[in-house]
Design a protein around this ligand. Structure first.
Ligand code: MG
Length: 399
């Protein structure tokens, strides 16, 4: 990744390599019939936007050129956020999918691409195998269609009653669809008035040769909330390496310091002493996440000797540990935190702490547990010399 930010299409020099394919991700829908605060391509799927899964699938492939992302003007900021860390070029979509694709192709036409792969942003489970097959076939100069044979018996039901249709030779079309760039751009321009629902249909109208590759059942298009649940089940089934990590941390009370717990600055005094903000809760959780990855501990990654972390917000430690999980293709399933001390009283702050941890880890709040206990006035916590925190984290990694 050369540039971690998303930029308008015209601010980049050509980066196409000889046999690489440019990618057009179509995510321009603004409809909210799906339910929720955002269009479905931005809704969370295992903690990350649907679109981000699609993007990651392409970005992980070798020989992929620039990725153009077509989005509705109202959702540029949301799309930038969803694409954070990936190099994408945003293009403003149109009123229909077809118009959005054409606009994307026009934006790409300022540069010289041989091959373009056009993919629905709401097909987040596309595999590297499928992308590679489509890319290889379209690289030979034909339009490449991933498709699945229809296996259910087909019925036509109308006023005339119910009849059985011949399903021979019938296929379900998927994306990504791959094309010689100049040919599909010309087809989109020429047949802009013919309403179609995929790009192969325009290739057909233009008389291009269409070749087929095997589609995938898992490469589903998310159109209903049930599809989102199905996608989640499929993703979880790929994350069979379930790991548990534990973390434990102690900090001494210091009346001159603020009290940070779980990324929340509490009004209570005393605070806790430490090199960073001394957030004992986030330190324990960070160690538990690193424990799941068998990737050292918080001191290895953020040395208390390093002046950079003096007074640092501990949220960045947990943020970094969570990013390590995502880099491994995993997810955090659950965080369970126990705060140990005679004070402060955690109950009044429990929800704020849960929400803060959920925000830092990028998880729904119902996957964050915050508990508290005293030690019955025994030991250093009982004598109110300091606080301890203990965390258990569950992570799922690709099997
Ligand atoms: Mg600590």
């Amino acid at each position: 990744m050369r540039n971690p930010t998303s930029q308008p299409a015209d601010q980049f020099p050509p980066t196409s390599e000889p046999d690489s394919a440019a990618v057009l991700l179509v995510a321009a829908g603004a409809g909210r019939r799906f339910g929720g605060a955002l269009p479905k391509q931005f809704q969370p799927l295992l903690g990350q936007p649907v679109l981000r899964h699609s993007l990651a699938a392409f970005a992980a492939q070798p020989r992929i050129g620039p990725i153009f992302l077509v989005v509705h003007a109202d959702y540029f900021d949301v799309a930038r956020e969803a694409a954070q860390g990936f190099e994408v070029r945003l293009v403003q979509g149109g009123d229909s999918r077809q118009e959005s694709v054409r606009r994307g192709l026009e934006a790409m036409s300022q540069e010289n691409y041989d091959t373009v792969l056009i993919h629905d942003g709401v097909r987040p489970l596309v595999s590297g195998r499928l992308i590679a097959d489509v890319q290889a076939l379209s690289g030979t100069g034909v339009a490449a269609l991933p498709a699945l044979r229809v296996v259910d018996t087909l019925k036509r039901i109308d006023r005339g009653g119910c009849r059985t249709e011949n399903r021979e030779d019938l296929f379900r079309a998927q994306t990504p669809q791959g094309f010689p760039f100049a040919a599909i751009l010309a087809a989109h321009r020429r047949f802009a008035d013919h309403a179609v629902t995929d790009d192969i249909a325009l290739a057909e109208l233009a008389g291009l040769t269409v070749g087929m590759v095997d589609g995938e059942e898992d490469n589903l298009k998310i159109t209903t909330p049930e599809d989102l649940h199905r996608a989640e089940r499929i993703l979880l089934s790929r994350l069979g390496d379930v790991r548990t990590g534990t973390g434990f941390d102690v900090h001494r009370f210091d009346a001159s310091r603020d009290l940070w717990l779980g990324g929340v600055k509490l009004p209570e005094k005393p605070g806790l002493a430490g090199h960073s903000d001394a957030d004992v809760a986030l330190h324990a959780i960070t160690d538990a996440v690193l424990g799941c990855l068998a990737d050292g501990d918080i001191g290895v990654h953020f040395s208390p000797q390093d002046p950079r972390w003096r007074g640092a917000a501990s949220s960045q430690f947990l943020h970094d540990a969570c990013a390590r999980v995502r880099q491994r293709g995993g997810v955090i399933a659950h965080i369970d935190l126990t705060l140990i001390g005679e004070r402060p009283r955690i109950g009044p702050h429990r929800q704020a702490i849960r929400e803060s941890i959920a925000g830092i880890a990028g998880l729904p709040v119902d996957r964050i547990s915050v508990k508290a206990t005293t030690t019955e006035r025994l030991g250093f916590t009982g004598r109110e010399e300091g606080m301890a925190a203990q965390a258990t984290v569950t992570v799922r990694l690709p099997a």
